[in-house]
Design a protein. Structure first.
Length: 290
């Protein structure tokens, strides 16, 4: 009759088998070469940017996975691949899309090596932007699964940018605020425009007007302020600079340092008034588009 194995010997044998299996598995597991993978992703992203610069529609969109999401610089620009393709087609058809050149790029991997994420500083027609996103390994190729484009705003310019975009983005904030989604479906009252020439004729003077544009000279003395008004989209040229405070209808106030000789474009600006808080008379020429 054969002798039965003792429990202690059984335990040792099982542990030995488990250790052998684990070490074999570890030895057989392929070693991921992140240096080579980074090189491949870098080449893909460079080709991705080049395809857009060359308006190569098919090549550019072949770099996206089928379930990709693109998010642009405008708050309304969030599209799946098909929606983005529809939006981009007219731009590519003109033979010019957008030219982005990477100046600095960072790439990171998850534990599987099949997913990575990146961020990069881009030299663009909008000056410095940041591109970031997620890429996935599909077969032997890396594909863009998510892409986010952001414009960079220097901190000392942010107050002026807030004024320019407040009217447009306040409506989006209000629409997406908790509890307002049902209200957003109802018809909202139209924004009432207030002509600055009519409410402050001593400050706003019409220099020229036709059916396409109106040119206005704005002159505000130290300590003076205009009345509540709005502006359509316009080009501004600062003839004589100074310091202003812009008071918005929502209660916000922003200090603006107007520099002599600078020109800028502003979209529609909602109800506000301006006070000269400096020591010089500020003179600005506005060209309003109709």
């Amino acid at each position: 009759m054969k002798h039965a194995l003792k429990p202690a010997l059984i335990t040792v044998a099982v542990l030995s088998l488990l250790y052998t299996a684990c070490t074999s598995s570890e030895k057989n597991e392929p070693v991921r070469d992140t240096v080579a993978e980074k090189k491949q992703i870098n080449a893909m992203l460079d080709s991705f940017n080049l395809a857009a610069a060359n308006a190569d529609y098919n090549t550019y969109f072949n770099f996206y996975s089928e379930d990709a999401i693109f998010t642009g610089t405008d708050a309304t620009e969030r599209w799946d691949k098909n929606q983005f393709m529809v939006w981009a087609k007219p731009h590519f058809d003109k033979g010019r899309a957008w030219a982005f050149t990477s100046m600095e790029r960072n790439i990171y991997f998850d534990k599987t090596g099949q997913l990575a994420w990146f961020d990069e500083l881009l030299n663009t027609q909008m000056k410095i932007c940041r591109g970031s996103g997620v890429v996935v390994k599909e077969g032997d190729a890396w594909k863009v699964k998510q892409y986010i484009l952001s414009t960079m705003v220097p901190n000392d310019k942010l107050d002026s940018v807030i004024v320019m975009k407040a009217q447009q983005e306040d409506s989006i904030i209000n629409k997406l605020a908790p509890g307002n989604k049902e209200k957003a479906t109802a018809k909202q009252p139209e924004q009432v425009d207030i002509d600055p020439v009519k409410v402050s004729p001593g400050i706003f003077k019409v220099l020229m007007e036709n059916d396409r544009a109106r040119v206005i000279q704005y002159s505000l003395n130290p300590g003076e302020k205009d009345d509540w008004h709005t502006h359509p989209g316009k080009v501004s040229y600062v003839v004589s600079g100074g310091k202003l405070r812009v008071k918005m209808e929502n209660g916000g106030a922003i200090a603006v340092d107007e520099k002599t000789g600078t020109a800028s474009w502003m979209d529609h600006i909602g109800k506000h008034y301006v006070e000269n808080i400096g020591t010089t008379t500020v003179v600005i020429v506005y060209t309003e588009l109709k």
